[in-house]
Design a protein around this ligand. Structure first.
Ligand SMILES: Nc1nc2c(ncn2[C@@H]2O[C@H](COP(=O)(O)OP(=O)(O)O)[C@@H](O)[C@H]2O)c(=O)[nH]1
Ligand SMILES: [Mg+2]
Length: 305
């Protein structure tokens, strides 16, 4: 190659580089409309309220309860999105059967159940051995409803989430789906948890004093403070929750703190007493109300698992 050709190629490369840098600089300085459009599309709201159910597709009874009890019992609801979360795959036969019994839009979402870091899965489970349940399934389930559900991308496409369990059902069509924007939580019946609460109260109170929390709901918090041998909770096999509330920085901080104790796996802390504590600390009394179930809802409908 002679010198003239080499010089020409060198010159062409420099010009190409300059053009590339020029275009790159222009693109970088353009307002990011494209990006904004696509990210807001991802955050697109599917509906104001969605329904979430956790299902173990390996548990035949849970599937049958869902298909013959739960889903047919909410046929009278306005058309809604129902998200069926599971850590196990659902067969196409069950997908078909689920879609056949409901007029609502069904989403099958595969999730992962992970153990806390350095957790010894060979240690004895805090719950009695059951022929139906897996050794750690119940604890994963409780952690899912306490922590993971709120971070799922599909969950975040709704403003409110209504939880059901596979063994829940409506007995009639009296219940009217009613909530308003001022509410962060609509709850089921009040009760006490006396069994699976090892160190739970202590951790809640430690958190409050460590981080100088002033509970937003002093009356609810007093119930936690005043009862050393049991903890208050609302049955949350049915609940309506504002997702933005659960994702608030302070709520997530508390959630992460409690999760880091591994208490849900070590002692089977339920998501219900944890939910009550979350509401006692971070929601105002005016932001909570009872669901108006008036004898129209039942749990469990066909025996437990
Ligand atoms: N995917 C999955 N779902 C589960 C598991 N254990 C329970 N569930 C579901 O979680 C919900 C609550 O479980 P359930 O056994 O009714 O809890 P209980 O009412 O507190 O005894 C139901 O929808 C169950 O089908 C599990 O190991 N995996
Ligand atoms: Mg149940």
């Amino acid at each position: 190659m002679n010198q003239t050709i080499k010089r020409r190629i060198g010159g062409t490369t420099i010009v190409a580089c300059l053009i590339f840098m020029f275009i790159f600089a222009i693109i970088n300085n353009l307002p990011q409309y494209e990006i904004r459009t696509s990210s807001s599309a991802e955050k697109e709201i599917l509906d104001d309220i969605g329904i979430a159910i956790l299902v173990d597709w390996k548990l035949k009874k849970a599937m049958e309860d869902l298909i013959s009890g739960m889903l047919p019992s909410i046929k009278h609801f306005k058309p809604m999105h129902i998200v069926l979360f599971s850590e196990s795959d659902v067969s196409s036969d069950y997908q078909r059967r689920v879609r056949q019994v409901t007029n609502h839009t069904i989403h099958f979402i595969l999730i992962e159940f992970n153990f806390p870091k350095d957790f010894d899965v060979n240690m004895p489970s805090p719950v009695k051995k059951s022929n139906r349940r897996s050794k750690w399934g119940y604890m994963h389930m409780c952690e899912f409803w306490f922590k993971h559900i709120w971070h799922n991308p599909l969950t975040q496409k709704f403003r409110y989430l209504m939880r059901f369990d596979t063994d829940s059902c409506f007995l009639n069509q009296k219940y009217k789906l009613e909530y308003n924007d001022s509410l962060v939580y609509l709850h089921g019946l009040f009760t006490w948890e006396g069994a699976y609460i090892t160190d739970l109260r202590k951790h809640i109170l430690d958190y409050v004093s460590k981080y100088n929390i002033e509970p937003k709901n002093p009356a609810m918090f007093k119930v936690i403070q005043d009862n050393p041998s049991k903890l208050p909770m609302y049955y949350n096999n049915i609940e309506i929750v504002k997702i933005a509330f659960m994702l608030k920085k302070e709520v997530q901080h508390f959630t992460d703190y409690m999760q880091a104790t591994k208490g849900q796996f070590l002692y089977r802390w339920g998501d219900a007493p944890l939910r009550y504590a979350t509401l006692a600390l971070f929601s105002k009394p005016t932001e909570i109300t009872a669901l108006d179930l008036k004898g129209s809802y039942k749990h469990s409908c066909n025996g437990g698992y």
